[in-house]
Design a protein. Structure first.
Length: 102
């Protein structure tokens, strides 16, 4: 019986490093019509902030024109933006919520 000798080379697993997905900041933008209390409720309801932190972010939005609500992967950030905008429209407020790459 004949046997065939194969090359004695080892295949090594190639290690590839995957980068973590890019993160996106969710921002609330200031307007002259949405009540401050409503903004605090939005921050508590959709971003899990306690009242004190939500108030600080609301004041940042009011004073600086925008405030960061959180940093999330793209799909989560997009969902948060849609939820906030829908909730604001449902309550007839023009509150703007956007996302930008971190």
């Amino acid at each position: 019986m004949a046997t065939h000798k194969q090359d004695e080379s080892l295949l090594e697993a190639e290690r590839t490093r995957t980068k973590p997905p890019p993160l996106y900041k969710v921002l609330l933008l200031n307007d002259d019509f949405t009540p401050m209390d409503f903004v605090v409720v939005v921050l508590q309801k959709f971003f899990g902030m306690d009242r004190e932190r939500a108030t600080r972010v609301m004041l940042q939005v009011h004073r600086e024109g925008m405030g960061v609500c959180g940093v999330f992967p793209r799909d989560i950030a997009s969902t948060k933006v849609e939820q906030v905008v829908a909730y604001a429209r449902q309550h007839q407020h023009p509150l703007a919520c956007v996302m930008e790459e971190n």
